[in-house]
Design a protein around this ligand. Structure first.
Ligand SMILES: [Zn+2]
Length: 536
């Protein structure tokens, strides 16, 4: 090795020569900071794996070759293990917990190195100060953010059910332009939620166009993933087509037994749009249960209009209460309720933490009533009156899940958050999404090849977000790397015991620094804010 040959033993007799030699030694740094030897490299592009060493210098990949001799400050033998680009999670609610848990261990331990925030129409507003705060936060992962259409509309129009005036639209477009300058990756919509649900498509298009002008994309929690799923897919496509920007269906799903099978038509619409040149893509988490607030999932939007006080007032009047109950019955029977109150599980309830993990059927019985859908609807209103719960809704089919997962335009995203370990009963997707795809859908069910699954977690979302310097293992790009054993990788978090880390990962590297190894977070905080096209 070069360093050893520089030291000449014949110089021993001369103190000056020794000092000179030491100086030469100190002046000659190792060629690499970190060398991963003998791994199976899956580079993220979808190419078949190949045996190679990966050398890292500073925050970047310096070399990938069959045999790299170094010298390196540190060498790790990863023989037999997969060396992949760190995973990019394009749809998370990470801002809920990243400040409390800046290591984001639940994500890092499944290979995720970048979290994208601001989904479902909900983001920090204004975005600039929020990103500055994230920049100051010492964190283990990279983070970027979308701009939320719902947050913008609330600040300009409020949460009422009416179209915006031309003047208000102008104000909202200005906020989008400012958000893009601040570093947003694009515009997210949550047309399922209040106030997104009160927004006409044409109004969304105006805002989307402003994001697209600067190179941003649109992603949508669609208006309806149940009976009106296909209309919603058409709307998401139309926003991209008319707004002239890439558009993405967030956490694609088919909700409600009556609608199962409609993934066929959903994907046909996507294929037809792509065939005529609309850049529409999909992201998905690998579970047949969704998670959101009980109110958003089971209470009709008209009941929620105008905020909490207005909702409570409506539920006090017998006429509106009966009408609300009929709507809730339909939503339990045909939509997120999965046809049975036992399919609704509580993730957390602000007014009674002991309810976490229990079901709506359990609570209905505990309140002295038979767990029928009608009685459960009454209890649902009671829950909202008490302050509400976050819920988990078992209402999707495995066949739809697999069909969507296989589609070439589908990438993986958790829709999860950064939980405080052991607290509440969150959806297991926050701990398991990426490991579950690799363990269950690649190794066990063989739905995807390993290379394709990794593409859906790295190069594909990176390209979608315009991250030219991440998502692929290639010299010169940032060294975000996940090392795991393809034979043992698996998720262990379940709906009953969600606080369990994924298994099978041995090393996770962010911007060249090891943040996880030998089963422990190292404490390194090399994460950065990743800005959108308006600020790159
Ligand atoms: Zn969502």
């Amino acid at each position: 090795m070069r360093l050893e040959t520089r030291y000449n033993p014949r110089m021993r007799h001369s103190l000056i020569a020794i000092l000179a030699g030491a100086a030469a030694f100190a002046a000659q740094p190792a060629a690499y900071d970190l060398l991963l030897k003998n791994g199976r490299v899956v580079d993220g592009t979808g190419s078949a794996w190949f045996t190679a060493d990966v050398a890292i210098r500073g925050d970047a990949i310096a070399a990938i070759a069959p045999r790299i001799e170094g010298p390196a400050a540190r060498t790790i033998d990863v023989a037999g293990r997969i060396v992949a680009p760190g995973f990019i999670d394009i749809h998370t609610h990470a801002r809920r917990g990243l400040t409390e848990v800046p290591t984001a261990a639940n994500y890092v331990r499944q290979g995720v190195t970048t979290l994208i925030e601001g989904p479902d129409g909900s983001s920090a507003l204004p975005l600039g100060p929020f990103l500055a705060e994230l920049d100051r936060l010492q964190k283990s992962v990279n983070i970027g953010s979308f701009l939320g259409q719902g947050s913008i509309r609330t600040s300009v129009v409020g949460s009422g059910n009416r179209p915006a005036t031309p003047d208000e639209i102008q104000k909202m477009v200005a906020l989008v332009e400012q958000g893009m300058k601040d570093g947003a990756l694009g515009l997210s919509t949550g047309l399922f939620y209040v106030p997104g649900t009160f927004t006409p498509t044409a109004e969304v298009v105006e805002l989307a166009r402003a994001a697209g002008r600067v190179g941003g994309i649109h992603e949508s929690h669609q208006r309806d993933d149940a009976a009106k799923l296909l209309d919603s897919v058409r709307e998401t496509i139309a926003i991209g087509e008319q707004g002239k920007l890439p558009t993405q269906i967030s956490h694609a799903k088919v909700v409600g037994v009556a609608n199962w099978g409609r993934s066929v038509d959903m994907l046909r619409l996507v294929d037809e749009a792509r065939a005529r040149g609309v850049d529409v893509t999909i992201d998905q988490y690998p579970y047949t249960a969704s998670s959101t607030s009980v109110a958003a999932a089971l209470i009709p939007a008209w009941v929620l209009e105008g905020g909490r006080a207005a909702t409570l007032a409506r539920l006090k009047e017998s006429g509106p209460r009966e009408k609300a109950k009929a709507g809730i019955v339909a939503m339990i029977r045909d939509e997120r309720g999965g046809g049975d109150p036992k399919n609704v599980q509580f993730a957390s309830c602000s007014f009674d933490p002991s309810l976490a993990g229990k079901t709506l059927a359990d609570l209905t019985k505990a309140r002295g009533k038979a767990p029928t859908i009608r009685n459960a609807a009454e209890v649902t209103m009671w829950i909202v009156e008490q302050g509400g719960c976050q819920g988990i809704f078992h209402a999707m089919s495995e066949r739809d899940l697999v069909r969507i997962l296989r589609h070439p335009a589908t990438m993986i995203a958790s829709d999860g958050s950064v939980p405080i370990f052991g607290q509440a009963n969150p959806h297991p997707r926050s701990y398991g999404t990426f490991a579950r795809v690799l363990g269950l859908y690649v190794r066990e069910k063989k739905v995807l090849t390993l290379e394709d699954a990794i593409r859906k977690m790295s190069a594909f979302p990176a390209a979608r977000l315009g991250f030219a310097d991440r998502g692929v293992l290639r010299p010169g790009l940032k060294a975000d790397v996940a090392v795991f054993d393809a034979a043992t990788v698996r998720d262990t978090a379940t709906f009953d015991k969600p606080h369990q880390y994924a298994e099978g990962f041995s090393h996770v590297i962010v911007n060249g620094q090891v943040v996880f190894e030998n089963g422990e977070m190292t404490g390194a905080r090399p994460g950065r804010v990743l800005y959108g096209p308006g600020r790159r």
